[in-house]
Design a protein around this ligand. Sequence first.
Ligand SMILES: [Zn+2]
Length: 385
Amino acid sequence: MNGTTAAAVREGDELVITPRTPLPRGKAFTVKVTYTADPTGIRHRDDAIEDYGWIPTPDGTVLYPQPDGAKMIFPSNDHPSRRAPVTFHVTTPAGLTAVANGRLTDRAELPGGRVKWTYDSEQPVATQLVQLAIGRFTSVESTGPHGLPIRDVVPDDLVAPTAPYRALTAEHLAWLEDRLGPYPFDRYGLLVGDTDLGVALETQTLSLVPKADLLGDRVSAERNQVHELAHQWTGDSVGISTWSDLWLSEGHARFYERLYSEEHGGAGFEEAMRTAYASHDQWRHDYGAPAEPTEPNLFKRMRYDGSALVLYALREKVGDATFRKIERAWVSTYRGRSARTRDYVDLASKTAGQDLGGFLHPWLYGAKTPAMPNHPDWTVDPVQG
Ligand SMILES: [Zn+2]
C-alpha cells in the first residue's frame, strides 16, 4: 500500500488490507495486489447463466464476468455500480494473441516468442463488463458510422464463416444511433467465442458472442448482435446501480432487439409482447416483478421479455414520439454513469410532462400485471402452481 507492504487477509469475498500507518483522511492511495488465478481450474455453474468467469476455449480463454465472476479473474470491487479505467498487461506464449476492452496501446516482443500486450479501456468499465481473451485470433478491422473503428476478434478458422453476419454491425450501429443517439464509446467489435456457451455478453466495446450465434440463421444472429450492441448504450454506458435495476439493462436490450428484428424479417414485436403479457403474472410468481429479482431468478425471462414489456407499456401510455424522447434523454443524461429504477421513472415523468410513477410502479413492483394501455383485449393467463 502506497509502496510499502501491508497486512492482508481474505474474509470470504472481501480482501481486508491493513496499512502499517493510518491513511490520511480524504487522500488518494494506491494498493497493489498480487493475485494468481488458474483459468483452467475455475468454472462456476449457475442454472440460469451457465458457466461464468473464465470460459475455456480450445487454445485459450474468453471472459464472462457477469454477474460476479470478475473476482475469479482479478481482485476488484465487483459491485455493478462501480467502474474504473483499466489498463491490461498480458503476456502470451508464442503464437497466441491477447485482446481486451478498448485500444491496443503497446505490443512488445519478448524472448522465446512471447508477447506482452497492453490495452487501455479508454472509458471506465464495470468489472462485470471486462473482457480479456487469449487465443489464435485474427483481428478484422472495418469502419462504422462517422468513421467509428470496428474491430472484430475472431478465431482464425471462424473468420470466413462468420463474415456475413459480422459485416452487418455498421448497419446495426446506424439503426441504433437513429433510436438512441450517438454510440457512446470510441470503438466496437465482436469477439467470436470458440465455445458452446449458450449466451453472449455485452463486454464493453467488445461483445462476446459464442460462435453458434453467428453460424445459424440470419434472424437469430441479428437479434443476438443487436441485443449486445444495444447494451453498449443501456447496461454499459448507462450502468446499473444495483442488480435490482437489471431490468433496465436487459429490458432495453430485448426491446431494441425485437424492434429491429421485426423490421428485418423476424417475429412481430406486438405479437411477442402480447405473448409476454399473457405470461406476466406467472413470471411475477416464479421470477419476481421486473424490478424485484432475487439472486436465483435474476437472469430469468422476467428480466428480458418481461421487462421489455414494461417499456412497451410505457410506449403505449405516452406514445411513440414521447417514448423516443425519454429514451434519448435516458442514454444522454446517464451516459457514463450508473442509474437506478427511480432515475428512469423520474426522467420519464419529467420528459413526458406527467407523473408516471403511479403508472410504472405496479408494472415494476406489483404482484399483478396491470392492464395494457390501448389493448383492452389482452389477457393474462392464470398462475399455475
Ligand atoms: Zn442482455
